[in-house]
Design a protein around this ligand. Structure first.
Ligand SMILES: *Cc1c(COP(=O)(O)O)cnc(C)c1O
Length: 410
């Protein structure tokens, strides 16, 4: 297996950095991983790709690992691309799809980024990793650290979903709850880098989580026979996935692999209780202001500060996309409506995307026959804390359906 990485590049000022050592950021901002795309094009064909195993590592020429044996994997990707006619009818869309990332290891797409980040941390000899997390990233990192035999430290808000606390602990991580937000957790991790010997796996503070998340874009392209959809709708916290998909599409374009004439319009969706990116987009700024008193039930996008804010906003603008915020009551509403419409396990963050699609169709920003892909990032089962009313006990139900069953002598 050949590695096609040529170098790392500062996203803020283009400075070139060596890729053969552990790197973090440059000038306090994230790094891009760059590849020799001409050589990838010469050595890989679409036909050969199709014969490979259905995991994200099928795209290994466009990933940083330098030997198959070095890959730390739990079998992540490829995830189903599901046509949604019933939900599409409600939204007045004829070509709506959900890419169901809830079926990945640890029940969220964070496993893609962590598979790549932990693979590379291990390659460079890291023994102890630490992460501030809204929840799912911590669960995924703990699992991949366990798989790699590393020590893991996870810091999450005290009100992060209890499943996230449990899954990280179960995977052997040292988990700490913080009375605050992911930004407060981040300050603790930063403070411990020197004294605790931690390597910081925070969103975009090492270069490889983007590469893992990029595989969502590669899969979307392959699943649609290299004809990209018109619109991609993504719940945006730190933005790794949106940035990664946009990078994937540009790499495929540089390789001449795309068969669609245009790129998708990228839509970043946030909750109105925490929408720094949507605000910066509206104000036509390249950098976002920290969002004060961030609050939303969609815990995965409760991220008041994103170190890659300009990378998200650049991708949205380059793609002719937009950024939208939606209210939490719409999120709650669409979480069960969309799950019930299709049977797909829709997380609150992706319910926010469905709500955003509803308003973008209403404003005619999305046309009824456009092909729209919504990413479903995690399983609804991870959010048991949001369950409102449990089903009734048969003994004291007043449900008319139960009367009928009882009369039938069941
Ligand atoms: C992390 C997360 C997001 C946000 O993803 P980013 O790529 O960090 O913006 C959205 N939804 C869920 C369920 C998540 O866990």
């Amino acid at each position: 297996m050949t590695n096609y990485v040529t170098h790392l590049e500062s996203a803020i000022d283009g400075t070139r950095l060596e890729a053969d050592r552990l790197q973090t950021m440059h000038a306090g901002r994230p790094l891009w991983v760059r590849y020799d795309l001409d050589s990838v094009r010469d050595s890989l064909t679409k036909e050969r790709l199709q014969q490979r195993e259905p995991t994200m590592w099928r795209y290994r020429e466009l990933l940083p690992a330098d030997s198959e044996a070095a890959i730390v994997s739990l079998g992540e990707g490829m995830t189903p691309m599901l046509r949604c006619r019933r939900l599409g009818d409600r939204l007045r869309l004829s070509d709506l799809w959900i890419k169901d990332e809830s079926q990945l290891p640890t029940g969220s797409f964070k496993s893609r980024g962590q598979a790549a980040a932990i693979t590379m941390a291990k390659r460079f000899g890291v023994r102890r990793v630490a992460i501030p997390t809204a929840g799912n990233a911590g669960g995924a990192m703990a699992a991949y650290a366990a798989r790699a035999g590393m020590e893991a430290f996870v810091f999450m808000p005290a009100d992060a979903p209890s499943i996230n606390q449990f899954e990280a602990q179960a995977a052997g991580a040292k988990v700490f709850l913080v009375d605050g937000l992911i930004t407060d957790c981040g300050a603790i991790v930063r403070a411990g880098i020197e004294s605790m010997g931690w390597f910081d796996i925070s969103t975009l503070k090492e270069p490889y989580r983007i590469e893992g998340k990029k595989t969502m874009g590669l899969e979307i392209a392959e699943q649609f026979d290299w004809k990209l959809p018109d619109v991609i709708v993504y719940p945006t916290g730190g933005g790794t996935g949106l940035i990664g998909m946009w990078k994937a599409f540009n790499e495929l374009a540089a390789m001449d692999w795309l068969e669609s004439p245009t790129m998708p319009r990228m839509v970043a969706v946030q909750s109105s209780g925490c929408c720094p990116i949507a605000r910066a987009f509206d104000k036509q700024e390249r950098f976002a202001e920290p969002f004060p008193e961030a609050q939303t039930i969609a815990s995965g996008i409760r991220v008041p500060v994103a170190v890659g804010d300009f990378m998200i906003l650049d991708a949205i603008r380059e793609s002719d996309g937009t950024a939208v915020s939606v209210d939490d009551n719409k999120i709650i509403d669409w979480m069960s409506r969309a799950t019930a419409a299709e049977g797909i396990s829709i997380c609150p963050e992706s319910a926010a995307c469905v709500a955003a699609v509803e308003s973008l169709v209403a404003s005619d920003w999305i046309k009824p026959d456009e092909r729209v892909v919504v990413l479903n990032c995690a399983a609804i089962q991870k959010y048991s804390n949001l369950a409102e009313t449990p089903p009734p006990l048969v003994e004291n139900t007043a449900d008319p359906d139960w009367d009928w069953i009882a009369r039938g002598g069941v």
